[in-house]
Design a protein. Structure first.
Length: 387
């Protein structure tokens, strides 16, 4: 198969407040878990329905294909089948996505992005500051049941590339970063939160693999996230006889900033090039895809984000701004060096395709266009020949 040239459809079926902030207007909710508790069932239904109908449409699939991408990664929530009230199922939207993808020659990676009780405590895990899923066997079993139903529903679809069994489980290092970044709304609910161990992940992945491989045709892939440590997986894959599996790693420029404490284009380029070498080594044992990465960084934002922990949105509005020519030069360099690194494996999925924020009239969002590949292309920050 050709290299994966993909983009994520983040913020569509799994909500993150920063990506679609106006969905959270007139509420105190900071994440998807608390949103339905802040309004009536009727209002919640209306907001979710309107968002899903308008945020991603057939026209987006047409444009994604026309730009030269060949695949989309679609994050879905654990309540995708509508069996976890008050949350609203999303399988109808996923059905639509398959029809659109197949019409325009795109493949879909279904990414099970959240878990009940959360596997990471991030906003993208559904509830911030809470990470208890792995400690609750019934919820682990429920997550497996969602995977089983997804496989049974889409196993024969031409558009299915595969299924990722869990997004971004927070092992110890990332868990410790999470608790600095996210204050739980309900401290009692957060009690007992703990990192996901690699021993647990190895076992969960083997169980998920056995479940899915018995349902999916052999040509459909099964994907595992690396738990934020790509070095933990060589022995796992050498010790297990898997058919058609892929390892997913997520690499952000902000992670490079945390590691190197240096905000410079040369530092970013060096870090990503070195990581590409590591991908090349692991790719000898298992195909490696970079399932999330972006152009956003502190240097072009003009302010140190401290790995996303701060500053406030208001401080972004006061950031030092590069001129248009320099901005284009930097972004094009960062795009090329990162794609070259990810192609040491089997390719990439950019995070993300689209955002619903106003970076023109709301200065606090300065710099955030670089998270959305559609905006970056429109602004000339990406050369289409380099996709």
């Amino acid at each position: 198969m050709d290299k994966i040239k993909g983009t994520n459809l983040g913020g569509w079926l799994v909500l993150e407040k920063w990506m679609t902030p106006h969905l959270f207007d007139n509420t105190n909710a900071d994440d998807e878990y608390y949103l339905p508790q802040e309004m009536s069932a009727k209002e919640y239904q209306a907001r979710i329905s309107q968002h899903r109908s308008n945020f991603i449409t057939e026209a987006d699939f047409l444009r994604i294909a026309s730009l030269g991408f060949n695949m989309v990664r679609i994050p879905v929530p654990y309540f995708v089948f509508g069996d976890c009230k008050p949350f609203i199922g999303a399988v109808d939207s996923l059905d639509q996505a398959f029809s659109w993808a197949e019409a325009y020659g795109l493949k879909i990676l279904i990414d099970l992005h959240t878990a009940p009780g959360s596997q990471n405590g991030f906003d993208n895990g559904g509830i911030t500051g809470v990470c208890k899923w792995a400690q609750q066997p019934k919820k682990v079993d429920f997550e497996l049941s969602v995977l089983k139903r997804l496989a049974e529903r889409y196993k024969d679809r031409e558009g299915l590339y595969g299924i990722e069994v869990l997004n971004e489980p927070a092992t110890e290092k990332m868990f410790n970063s999470m608790i600095q970044r996210y204050e739980p709304r309900d401290k009692e609910k957060a009690q007992g939160s703990a990192p996901v161990t690699f021993e647990f992940l190895y076992d969960y992945y083997k169980n998920a693999y056995e479940l899915l491989r018995n349902i999916l045709p052999d040509e459909k892939i099964i994907m595992f996230h690396d738990g934020f440590d790509i070095d933990k997986w060589q022995n796992f894959f050498e010790s297990n006889d898997f058919t058609n599996v892929v390892l997913d790693t997520h690499q952000y420029l902000m992670m490079a900033e945390i590691e190197n404490h240096e905000l410079s284009v040369e530092s970013y380029k060096h870090t990503m090039t070195e990581f590409g070498k590591k991908i090349a080594e692991i790719n000898k044992f298992v195909p490696v895809v970079t399932g999330e990465w972006t152009l956003f960084n502190s240097y072009t934002a003009g302010i140190d984000t401290n790995g996303g922990i701060n500053p406030t949105q208001q401080e972004f509005g006061k950031a030092n701004k590069l001129d248009k020519e320099e901005l284009q030069k930097v972004y094009r360099e960062l795009w090329k060096v990162q794609v070259a690194a990810w192609n040491k494996g089997i390719g990439y999925f950019f995070w993300t395709y689209k955002l619903n924020i106003d970076t023109i009239n709301e200065p606090a969002w300065y710099g955030w266009d670089s998270w959305a590949v559609s905006r970056a292309i429109d602004r000339g920050w990406i050369n289409l020949a380099d996709i």
